[in-house]
Design a binder for this molecule. Structure first.
Ligand SMILES: [Zn+2]
Length: 129
């Protein structure tokens, strides 16, 4: 155990590699690149914060219909709080999109499931560059 500790300590002194790849590459989601290019850094940072919360906390409970991409409704559960939110026609009842203009974790969980859908139209247009 002490030997392992010494080896790991020596390895960590050797240094860490800094990620040079873009964040969309790290997330394996090229749609993130469009968001990075379309919005200022403060807006993008909020998006990334919500994106990571989405990955960690949000889970689809129910896809209520599949009429079209524009007219869809989902139930999304926050695994930490247990709360369930309805996202209907790309508006979530948590109202974060109204307060911040940035899609909430629930909207992102829905959008992530539709592979050919861009995240950009989910933002309030006031944030476009
Ligand atoms: Zn929401």
């Amino acid at each position: 155990m002490i030997g392992l500790d010494k080896r790991l300590h020596a390895k960590s002194i050797d240094g860490y590699r800094i990620y040079t790849e873009s964040i969309e590459y790290q997330l394996l989601d090229q749609r993130v690149k469009c968001v990075r290019l379309a919005f200022e850094s403060k807006v993008f940072e909020r998006f990334i914060e919500n994106y990571f919360k989405c990955l960690a906390e949000a889970r689809l409970v129910e896809d209520l219909n599949e009429i079209s991409i524009e007219q869809r409704a989902f139930h999304i559960r926050n695994n930490v709080t247990g709360e369930v939110f309805k996202v209907e026609n790309w508006v979530c009842e948590c109202d974060e999109i109204i307060k911040t203009g940035v899609p909430c974790v629930h909207m992102l969980e829905c959008a992530r499931r539709i592979k050919d859908m861009s995240y950009v139209p989910l933002f309030n247009k006031r944030w476009l560059k």
